[in-house]
Ligand binder design. Structure first.
Ligand SMILES: *Cc1c(COP(=O)(O)O)cnc(C)c1O
Length: 360
């Protein structure tokens, strides 16, 4: 039976990448060692990390005046590193609240500065993206932070806020590499790797040069972007195996047409699933505003929540795994990241149709 894993994260990885990792596991390229056993200062691993960075730069057309950092601590640590590094003497920052992950970023930033919440969608249970002309931005803010894809609520921006001189900071943990972006519009982009990039343990930060080097007094060495930028992300031991795996994913993306091809595929996958939900005569429902529906995380409920258990049991039996929704939303959530093939979404849609017929 083919297994399709709809987990929100850690999440499905490309099958070819896992196979390659298996083939190389005991002896990487004739080195006689596993990547896990190599010195991070040896020429083998340095080449692995350099290739990963080069491929990521190529995939996202990252301009030369941006640093790519391979860090640890997850997106959560960025919730603190961002204010520590980007306030640069200012006392307030703008934040957009579009759901659970925005709220966490806001909660942490409040330890370091005044947080000006410029827009908020909690009036409608976090199911839409507030229109930009309603945002109350502060032209003097140190930066503006937003969450382009809310992994839990399934709300995704289809546009990029224009912040003029205020650096734009984006938590792209769950949609980085899923769609084309213009990196030059951002001051800083960050992402935990375990959704769309590779295994857990690695955090990507893409940061414009001029935002590095003015961390607040007392910032711990490890939390200063300058430390990592000056040391090619090797100030301390980096998560070597996770960087290697991310590098294989970058190669896989390049082989498969890059981000443009991924985006096309992701649009097709999301359309297939949302169309099935919308055509179910209310048996399935997605609460998110049509225009703001995530291509990566699709939350949906069943007409009768008493059927949830049966739905999950039958889905499991067919190899459709990890569909249970987040506890704060309930129902189901299908995460359909880059590595989820169209055939997986088709299998889910087929099952959903049959299940609805059984219980309709
Ligand atoms: C998963 C996720 C996080 C948390 O990531 P960690 O790596 O566990 O800290 C933060 N933001 C978004 C948008 C996420 O999807």
């Amino acid at each position: 039976m083919t297994i399709y894993n709809f987990s929100a994260g850690p999440a499905v990885l490309p099958h070819e990448v896992l196979q390659q990792a298996r083939e190389e596991l005991l002896d990487w390229h004739g080195s006689g060692m596993s990547v896990m056993e190599m010195s991070h200062r040896g020429k083998e691993f340095i080449s692995i990390a350099a290739d990963a960075e080069k491929d990521l730069r190529e995939l996202l057309s990252i301009p030369a005046n941006y640093k790519v950092l391979f860090l640890q601590g997850g997106a959560h640590l960025q919730f603190s590193m961002i204010p520590l590094n980007l306030l640069r003497g200012k006392t307030s920052a703008d934040y957009v609240n579009t759901g659970e992950w925005s709220k966490k970023a806001i909660g942490e930033a409040k330890k370091f500065c005044n947080v000006n919440v410029v827009a908020n969608n909690s009036d409608k249970n976090c199911t839409y993206v507030p229109a930009f002309n309603t945002w109350k931005c502060d032209a003097n803010a140190a930066y503006l932070h937003y969450t382009p894809n809310e992994t839990i609520g399934g709300v995704e921006f289809n546009w990029v806020p224009q912040t003029a001189a205020v650096p734009l900071v984006a938590d792209m943990s769950s949609n980085i590499l899923s769609r084309q972006i213009d990196v030059s519009k951002f001051g800083l982009i960050y992402a935990g790797a375990q959704k769309n990039v590779g295994p857990a343990g690695l955090t990507l930060v893409i940061v414009r040069d001029d935002l590095i080097g003015e961390a607040a007094a007392g910032t711990p060495t490890m939390l200063d972007y300058k430390t990592h930028a000056d040391n090619e992300s090797m100030y301390n031991t980096p998560p070597t195996f996770a960087i290697y795996m991310a590098g294989l994913v970058f190669q896989w993306l390049k082989k498969n047409g890059g981000i443009a091809a991924m985006e096309k595929n992701n649009i097709a996958k999301a359309k297939l699933l949302y169309d099935a939900i919308d055509a179910s005569n209310g048996f399935y429902n997605c609460p998110v505003n049509q225009a703001d529906r995530s291509r990566m995380n699709v939350p949906f409920t069943l007409k009768d929540a008493a059927l949830d258990g049966d739905f999950l049991k039958q889905a499991d039996a067919r190899g459709l795994l990890q569909l249970k929704g987040h506890r704060s939303v309930g129902g189901m959530r299908a995460s359909i990241y880059n590595a989820m093939p169209l055939a997986g979404v088709q299998a889910l849609v087929n099952f959903m149709g049959e299940f609805a017929k059984q219980h309709g």
